[in-house]
Design a protein around this ligand. Sequence first.
Ligand code: PXL
Length: 271
Amino acid sequence: MTIKKVLTIAGSDSSGGAGLQADLKTFEEYGTFGFTAITTIVTMDSSNNWNHHVHPVDTDLVREQLETIFSGGPLSAMKTGMLGTIDIIKLVRDVIDKYEMKNIVIDPVMVCKGEDEPLQPENGLAIRELLLPKATIVTPNLFEAGQLSNMKKLSTVDDMKEAAKKMIDLGAQNVVIKGGKTLEDNKAIDLLYDGSEFTLYEAEKIHTNYNHGAGCTFAAAITAGLAKGFSVKEAVAKAKAFTTEGIKYGFAFNKFVGPVWHGAYNKADQR
Ligand code: PXL
């Protein structure tokens, strides 16, 4: 059996826990071969409350990366993360169409800290219009699901169900909303909807602030699972277990942030 090739089109998180760093580490843990097309470089200001600075990469340079990657033939799955500009979002759509990509995970990254104002609100609209119709699965957190469904704040599982229905109407084949630690519940609940059936994935809530990158890791794990031939339900279930272990082994990076550890599921005993 040959190794599965998996792509992330995402931003670089200089702090190492989220973004394409999370994706690539996760792809490796799944035994797949990861490729990255870098769309933005994010830096954080340690002298100013960890403010994020998003530096988009020139669209032509993103195109060149993608041409390099696809020159090796078809890929088994791909995901998108932070895309930076509308031009890059349009390019991603063109690439999906041109190479007839299947197994597409759209992680509609709009914020870095879970619940904030969107970093680039206009990008959310472009993701909704151009990428949701191509999504095998879209993986918003609560905030992003509220934006994409035009429902704004979601706070219950019923709200999540309503938002998921709206995202299916926008063209996604499947939706998984990451309730995560934001949902007002004592469990960490993710909700999957395939257009006909809801599936709830529950785990104990882990009370930690060291969970930076959990959302990216979850979406990357689903991507690698799909590449390996798992059904959507299986891919989500394993991704949840993989991410929960990562959160359990999160650690303090500095006084502002602590990443999950992407290697925890496979090698917690090898630290
Ligand atoms: O966690 C969202 C996220 C996604 N992608 C990049 C990021 C972040 C948050 O820091 O930096 C590149």
